[in-house]
Design a protein around this ligand. Sequence first.
Ligand SMILES: [Zn+2]
Length: 681
Amino acid sequence: MKPCRVETNGMEMELDRRSLAMIRLSFGGRTWFENPDNGASLWRLHAVDARGRRVDLECGGCRRAEVVRRKDGVELRWTGVAHRAAGAGPFDVTVRLAPVAGRRLLTAWRIDVRNRSGDWTLWHLLFPLLNGLRPGPSPDRDMLFWPEMWGMQTTGWERMKEVSGVCGGYGKHSAQFMGFSHSDRTFYFASHDPEQWPKHMVFKPVSCRSRRSAQIYFLAHPAGMTEAGNSYRQQYEVVLGEIPGDWYDAARTYAQWVRGRPWVSSPPKNAFKGLREEREILVWEQGSINAFPSERVVTVNDLSASKWARQMKTLKRKLGVRMAVHMYHWHQTPFDTNYPEYFPVKQGFKDLVADLQDAGIVIMPYINGRLWDHSAPSYDAQAELHAVKCCAERAAPPLRFAWPESYGNGQLLVTMCLATEFWRRKVVQLCERIVKELGCRGIYLDQLGCSGSRTCVDPRHGHSLGGGSYWLEGYRRLLASIRDRIGPEPYLTTENNWEACVADFDALLDTQWNHEENLPIFPAVYWDRGAIYGGDVFGPAFGGGGETFIQRMGMRCVWGGELGWGHFEHLLKPENRDLLDYFIGLCRLRTDHARFFCRGEFLRPPEVVTSDGTKCSSPLKGPVLSALWSDPDGDGCSLFLVNVTRGEQRVKVRMTDARAAARSPAVCVSLRPLESKAVAL
Ligand SMILES: [Zn+2]
């Protein structure tokens, strides 16, 4: 039987005539996906029943499949999808493909699943499930990229590994898009989901008869999980197709959509309203108070508290920038234990706060925004009631329980449901006490930015079961309530950079992303909106000449990050004199050009080559790190360069951004050892 062809907006798809399995998917005549043997299903339903039987259903299980051509695209319909042996189903599946207005070769995909079974619940579904991704003509140059923290990439088809994670989970997929590039073209794959329904985003290499291909898909959870007969109507579009260009163009495509979302562009009404550079903290120290004795402050970062405080003040004077301390172990209870009972605080903490804040250094204590210790004396029936519930994969499960997490200290903590007023009130009260009783000018709310939309199946919480928009809504309400209580001035930060946190937090913590594969996707999407701080510059980073410190801070500086966290007191050691000078240089560069980094646009990165022909493509090792930012108050832009070596460097910089190239296609710049500088264009 000849395949059936559908076409919309330059996308052509060949489908098996009987099952509508995808045989080939092309854009503008270029084939990206191919499944020559009978095709592959564009979706997979995962359904379970009350006895714990689990089935996966694909298009081959349908009674009837048809293509309906519509004025605004194409509709693919499968009716009577069932697992006959298990008796699962029937389900009716409809997929709508429509053009994206004004964007040739981009298409919007939606799925509806009608569950007509009486005793099976739809647990999750893979959609779009695109099998058979092929390498480009030069596989060594193929690039896969995804939004892990700053952004990450793998170059080379054979080197690509599975990239799989929850959207919003532990920095893995801070945003809802990824892409695959070759030959100056990119396959763009994104969920334009303003409600942040819980989902995973997956790229997976597949080997079949020595032929290597890859699959790419979203895994989404429907509402009504655990309820037999739950249907699913996708509330958002999955946008996919070909775009000219590379990762930067894909980031800008996503930016066009995401920058209009309230969680990126509308901070809470009681948040700070001035310019970001009037407020930005540039250097983030990490302070760890002694664990024992548990009732009073003796040391910070293993120095006597008074000595460490003196060093902080010295550092602040030398650096001349806004500085904060992200403070751990300020409470008497051990770390990750008895949360959320952070009070009473260690004796002497309040005085330490007052002392440093008088010197202009913000103190920002750690609390966790989502965990309650299962063994805390305060964990009562009310706490249990408002914890996130999970359950076995079953319809009408007999048990819904709070799954405890452990962080290596033998304690068990449970995630609280952000959709509940009860938990939000608890966190707001804590924030209020930290600001009003302790006088702190900042609060770090751990894990809110690394634990994007969760599935909770407790019907007593009043939200939809499993899938839904309730996590985002609850989270944003929480942040708005915190601002209502503490006002615009205290700084708020969280762990990692779930994109839904961009408008609410002053900065988002990057804990450990120091990879050669880093790619500046975050600033290319959220410039002028979100800020990342971090870098992990603790004791070891200053050893062996401090190369690690130099590289990590250099990368953050040019990409618009705030510097830290770490133990910056190491800079005051006599042997680290040149590291201190280097760091003062970075701080000065950032301060003198704050408007570029805080409100400017992150332009397409330039190409930098040293005089001996070395291409500066490493985001950490350079030898010269670079970025191009536009001037938000004028027409110009500025090139920022950091020499991360202890040798002189002379580089030729070629602008690949059209606006910058029109002003100055290329410049030659000399840099002294460890020098950082701006070149106005
Ligand atoms: Zn819940």
